[in-house]
Design a protein around this ligand. Structure first.
Ligand SMILES: N[C@H](CCC[C@H](N)C(=O)O)C(=O)O
Length: 309
C-alpha cells in the first residue's frame, strides 16, 4: 500500500469520526497531512489547533489538507490542491517543506517523478531529485511593498522596522510574507524575542515569517526562523528561498546555488531571476487515525507556542 493509499483507509472498529493522517517532515519542519479528496468539508479551526498541539494532538508546525484541484488547477495539470493551516487554525498560502512532502506522497501514489500542486499562491512544479529528495520551484518572488504586504509604502530592501540586532531587513513575498535580517551570530532565544516583536509590528498587516541570516561564504548562509503565528521552526522552505534571494539581491553572496543551513538541516536553493527552486529531503514520521470535530483542549494555545529553544 502506498502512503497515500493509507490516507484513504477506513478504520475498522475505531470511532466513525476518525480520519487517517500521515505525519511527515522536511528537515524536522513537521506536518500532519490529511486527505480530504473524498470529503467536501474543510477542517474546523478547533480541530487544526488540537491536531497541531504536541500535547493533545499529532504535533505539527502546520496541518496540510490534500483536496482535488480546482477546475483552473486541473486545466493547468495540477494533481491536487494543497491547503495549509498554521497552528492557530488560520489558512496560509505557502509552505515550501510541506509542498515537498505532499509532492512525494502524490508522486509515490501515481508512480511518477514530477507533479504539479495547486496552492492559494499558485501552481507549483515539483520533481523527484533522488531517494527521498524532492525539488519544488516556488512561484515568483516579489519585493513590491503592496504584495508583501506592508501597511504603507516603504523601501522593502531596508524595512522601517527593527528590534535589537534585527535591523535593515528585506521584505519579500514568496507566496507568503517574509522579513529577512542579516546578523552576525545571534542566540536563538534572543532571536525569538526580537523576531516576535518584528512579526507583530503594524508594518505587517498579515504578520510576517522572520529570518535571521548569517552569511558564511559566497554560497552558504545559515538562518534561524520565527514563523507565523509565533513559533521557532527547525527549517522553513519558503524562508530558505526568501533568505537566499535577499542575500543575492543585497550582493552578500554571488552564487546562484545556495546552501541554506538551518537547525534541522540544509536545503539547496537555486536562484534564477525571480524564481527560486529548493531541493532537500522528505521523511515519514508516523501515521494513524484522528477524531475530527472534537472539542478543543481547555487551554488551547492562542496560536503562540513557547519557543522550543
Ligand atoms: N514551514 C513553511 C513556511 C510556513 C509559513 C507559514 N507559517 C506562514 O505563516 O506563512 C515552509 O517550509 O515554507
Amino acid at each position: 500500500m502506498s502512503h497515500a493509499a493509507f490516507l484513504s483507509a477506513t478504520p475498522d472498529g475505531i470511532g466513525a469520526a476518525s480520519h487517517p493522517f500521515i505525519k511527515m517532515h522536511g528537515l524536522q519542519n513537521c506536518f500532519a497531512v490529511l486527505d480530504f479528496r473524498k470529503r467536501a468539508s474543510t477542517p474546523q479551526p478547533e480541530d487544526i489547533v488540537r491536531l497541531c498541539d504536541p500535547r493533545v494532538g499529532i504535533g505539527a508546525d502546520q496541518l496540510i489538507v490534500i483536496q482535488h484541484p480546482s477546475d483552473k488547477g486541473r486545466a493547468a495539470g495540477a494533481a491536487a490542491f494543497m491547503r495549509i493551516y498554521n497552528i492557530d487554525g488560520r489558512e496560509v498560502s505557502a509552505c515550501g517543506n510541506a509542498t515537498r512532502c505532499v509532492a512525494y506522497l502524490l508522486m509515490e501514489e501515481a508512480g511518477v517523478r514530477w507533479v504539479r500542486i495547486e496552492t492559494s499562491a499558485g501552481i507549483l512544479r515539483c520533481r523527484l531529485a533522488g531517494a527521498m529528495q524532492v525539488s519544488v520551484e516556488l512561484g515568483p518572488v516579489s519585493l513590491d511593498w503592496r504584495k508583501i504586504p506592508l501597511a504603507r509604502e516603504a523601501d522593502t530592501l531596508d524595512l522601517p522596522v527593527e528590534s535589537g540586532p534585527l535591523k535593515h531587513g528585506v521584505g519579500i513575498n514568496i507566496g507568503n510574507p517574509h522579513a529577512v535580517f542579516f546578523v552576525r551570530g545571534l542566540d536563538r532565544a534572543e532571536f525569538a524575542r526580537h523576531a516576535a516583536v518584528v512579526q507583530n509590528d503594524h508594518l505587517f498587516p498579515q504578520g510576517a515569517n522572520v529570518e535571521a541570516v548569517e552569511v558564511l561564504d559566497d554560497r552558504t548562509i545559515r538562518l534561524s526562523i520565527w514563523e507565523r503565528p509565533g513559533l521557532l521552526t527547525e527549517a522553513c522552505g519558503t524562508g530558505a528561498c526568501a533568505a537566499a534571494f535577499a542575500a543575492r539581491r543585497r550582493g552578500l553572496i554571488h552564487s546562484d546555488d545556495v546552501q541554506v543551513q538551518m537547525p534541522g538541516g540544509t536545503l539547496t536553493v537555486r536562484l534564477d531571476g525571480d524564481t527560486t527552486t529548493m531541493t532537500g529531503p522528505v521523511a515519514f514520521c508516523c501515521h494513524g487515525f484522528v477524531d475530527l470535530n472534537a472539542d478543543p483542549p481547555a487551554n488551547a494555545p492562542n496560536g503562540q507556542r513557547i519557543p522550543n529553544h
